[in-house]
Design a protein around this ligand. Structure first.
Ligand SMILES: Cc1cc2nc3c(=O)[nH]c(=O)nc-3n(C[C@H](O)[C@H](O)[C@H](O)COP(=O)(O)OP(=O)(O)OC[C@H]3O[C@@H](n4cnc5c(N)ncnc54)[C@H](O)[C@@H]3O)c2cc1C
Length: 240
């Protein structure tokens, strides 16, 4: 695994992909020779109201090595130093990233792959799903605010599916748990990758274990905790 490095970068561009998802493209010479595996992230240094620096982690959505461009996708919800940085960000702004970070990547031995979580899990799910070899079955199950938050997943391969569920719909997150439970009824050599809000990740993990998945078939990572700021190093205090 590549050791994380401190990368002084600048913002190259900012684009609102959906009403609540902002793509922030970083660039800079430190990205020369940068290596990572899909599913990894970078920890950005962002400023708290009191002036102290905290880390906030964002998944590497894609990396263009030739042009030294690294894309992050930030969910524009909540109220913390990360979101405030993402709201104020503009081309030319300097930012310190530390990466690559993270241990969860594709399980090469799995015969099929299941990705599930909320909108913050989308960058990891899509980044990993895009790099699977042709013909390997994979499905992403994502809970986003409403249909305007859907992103197209470009895959010529019809063995890749994306199933959307909506927080603003009557079934809410139960709809996601039901869809994942139905898809996961037989573990059959699969691997599941769960990410997002801590309670959602724990619920999904419990549902998979109840359907006979073993702990080593499930990679779960809590990204944030409702109503509670992440710690200074960028993770929720509660693990999933
Ligand atoms: C390994 C890893 C990878 C991650 N990848 C991504 C990614 O690719 N894209 C992404 O958007 N996030 C990602 N996250 C989550 C992101 O780092 C956290 O949501 C982060 O806490 C946001 O920082 P903040 O300073 O805005 O909020 P905090 O200071 O942590 O929290 C302030 C308040 O905002 C609320 N809040 C935080 N996030 C959300 C949210 N998404 N929706 C609603 N309320 C929220 C909290 O509950 C809290 O009440 C990742 C986290 C980890 C650990």
């Amino acid at each position: 695994m590549t050791e994380p490095k401190t990368l002084p970068l600048v913002v190259a561009s900012v684009e609102d992909v959906t009403p609540a998802l902002r793509r922030i493209r970083l660039t800079g010479r430190p990205l020369e020779g940068f290596e990572y595996f899909p599913g990894q992230d970078v920890a950005l240094g962002v400023v708290r109201d009191d002036g102290s620096i905290v880390r906030r982690r964002y998944t590497i959505r894609r990396f263009d090595a030739g042009r030294k461009l690294l894309d992050l996708e930030v969910v524009m919800h909540g109220d913390g130093p990360g979101i405030r940085w993402a709201q104020a960000v503009h081309p030319g702004l300097a930012v310190e990233a530390i990466g690559p970070r993270g241990k969860i990547g594709l399980d090469a031995n799995a015969t099929w792959h299941l990705f599930a979580g909320d909108a913050t899990a989308l960058p990891a799910a899509f980044a990993m799903m895009e790099t699977l070899p042709a013909g390997v079955r994979a499905g992403a199950y994502l809970l986003v605010a409403d249909p305007s938050e859907r992103q197209r997943f470009d895959a010529a391969d019809t063995t890749r599916t994306v199933t959307w569920r909506y927080e603003n719909a009557a079934e809410g997150r139960d709809g996601l748990v039901e869809a994942v439970s139905a898809a996961a009824s037989s573990p059959d050599g699969g691997h599941a990758y769960l990410a997002g809000e801590v309670a959602l990740v724990l619920t999904l993990k419990t549902a998979l274990l109840a359907r006979g998945w073993s702990l080593d078939q499930v990679s779960a990572k809590a990204y944030w905790n409702r109503g509670r700021a992440n710690a200074g190093h960028g993770e929720p205090e509660i693990k999933a």
